[in-house]
Design a protein around this ligand. Structure first.
Ligand SMILES: Cc1cc2nc3c(=O)[nH]c(=O)nc-3n(C[C@H](O)[C@H](O)[C@H](O)COP(=O)(O)OP(=O)(O)OC[C@H]3O[C@@H](n4cnc5c(N)ncnc54)[C@H](O)[C@@H]3O)c2cc1C
Length: 401
């Protein structure tokens, strides 16, 4: 099939990482197209509620942030990628603000929460719709640019060409091929598909199916830690409308604690994700869990300990959803159980987000190394912004060469 169009930079996927890459590549002066499986709005990023980490606190620093990432990853993360992530966090936040993201503020600064595994308060929020706010600002910026949008383009293959790469797609009009000097893979993880195979619930969007990772590996790209999938400690377990919903970790940052059937705290509710998830599973296995009205295993998340003022500012969406189902988390505890959430590993990248193949870049959840085998909450949106920005710049240089 002859390529029907040619661009400097072709971005695959329209979540936070793809939109950040495309916006940054346009800012670097490249001719850019963003191709995505369904609509530009469809992605995991827009579902992210909790927030994004950056060391703005007076008692905090990028070095402390990096230490927390390395410790939470059990020293499996790539220290160079972690250094880039944490040292560019502040400028990535300011970049997002310049594009229109209004982070929640209090007492003249950002409203910062402490998230699981963190030694300091470091989580910035936009209420509890942080991912929605970030993707909206990035998408609107990109839509105003000269960049091309290619919705309903599902990547099916990648081949090297003389001037870069040829990507083949399945579209509504049939197969299509597009040539680009550089290709950036930003197609997210695979937890929706994996949960279906395991017969479990997932927080993920149905487009999170992982075929782009397979295509890249088949083309020769190296991957790492692909077996390391993350459970979100606090999946909604009841009511049925909340099953598979990720109860924001900020509930615990603002005082909610995990309780067993006897009302006892059985773990550090703000520990690293893998530790908290495992503690819940273990507690249920030793007979100290509770059963939801439809017979699912669970423990309690005592959300009644959250101060109403904090909840109204930082958890309005979550409150609305539970109250819509006639449950008020501020007056009664809620059922929770871990749920499949995030692909920790992915394609190996360098500090400019280039994979092990020339001119093929990757960023966001599809890339591995930044979180090692266990990601901290709030570092994925940050990774999308920091490495998306880097990928866009580096791919623009490569694509225009
Ligand atoms: C419910 C939920 C809450 C979360 N909360 C937080 C949080 O508070 N803080 C935080 O940091 N992280 C959070 N995360 C994690 C974070 O949001 C994601 O890991 C991150 O946004 C992934 O961004 P991405 O751009 O890499 O992928 P995605 O946002 O998943 O985007 C992938 C894109 O690729 C497209 N695509 C897929 N396959 C193909 C294909 N074959 N061809 C073309 N396009 C394709 C998809 O349609 C989509 O547009 C949360 C995740 C979920 C699901």
């Amino acid at each position: 099939m002859r390529p029907r169009a040619s661009f400097d930079v072709l971005v695959i996927g329209s979540g936070a990482s793809g939109l950040a890459t495309a916006t940054s590549a346009v800012q670097a002066g490249a001719q850019v197209a963003i191709a995505t499986k369904t609509t530009l709005q469809a992605c995991n990023s827009a579902k992210a509620q909790g927030g994004i980490q950056a060391a703005f606190g007076e008692d905090d620093s990028p070095e402390l942030h990096a230490e927390d990432v390395m410790r939470s990853s059990h020293d499996t993360a790539n220290p160079r990628l972690v250094e880039v992530l944490t040292s560019e966090a502040q400028s990535a936040i300011h970049w997002l603000e310049d594009l229109g993201v209004a982070f929640t503020r209090s007492n003249g600064g950002y409203r910062l929460a402490r998230c699981g595994g963190a030694s300091r308060k470091r989580l910035l929020q936009v209420g509890d719709r942080t991912g929605h706010a970030i993707t909206k600002a990035l998408r609107e910026t990109y839509e105003e640019s000269a960049g091309e949008e290619l919705p309903h383009h599902a990547l099916r293959g990648l081949e090297p060409s003389q001037s870069g790469w040829v990507a083949s797609f399945e579209t509504k009009e049939g197969p299509a091929a597009i040539e680009a000097g550089a290709v950036v893979l930003a197609a997210g993880g695979r937890c929706f598909a994996e949960a279906e195979v395991r017969g479990e619930l997932s927080t993920n969007h149905p487009n999170a199916t992982g075929e782009v990772t397979r295509i890249a590996v088949e083309a020769g790209a190296e991957a790492r830690d692909l077996d390391a999938l993350q459970y979100h400690p606090n999946g909604g377990a009841w009511p049925s409308t909340m099953q598979g919903y990720s109860i924001p970790e900020t509930t615990r940052a603002y005082g909610a604690v995990l309780l067993n059937a006897d009302g006892e705290e059985f773990t550090d509710s703000l520990g690293p994700r893998d530790a908290v998830s495992q503690a819940i599973v273990d507690e249920v296995e030793r007979g100290k869990g509770v059963l939801t009205p439809d017979g699912r295993p669970a423990v309690w998340l005592d959300t009644t300990r959250i101060a109403p003022d904090d909840a109204e500012i930082s958890l309005p969406y979550m409150l609305r959803r539970y109250r819509g189902a006639n449950i008020d988390p501020l007056t009664e505890p809620i059922y929770t159980y871990p749920v499949l959430h995030y692909q920790n590993g992915g394609l190996v990248i360098d500090e400019h987000a280039e994979t092990t193949l020339d001119g093929l870049f990757a960023c966001g959840e599809i890339a591995g190394g930044t979180h090692g085998r266990n990601r901290m909450m709030g570092n994925s949106l940050l990774e999308c912004a920091v490495f998306g920005r880097r990928a866009g710049k580096a791919a623009a240089e490569r694509g225009r060469a």
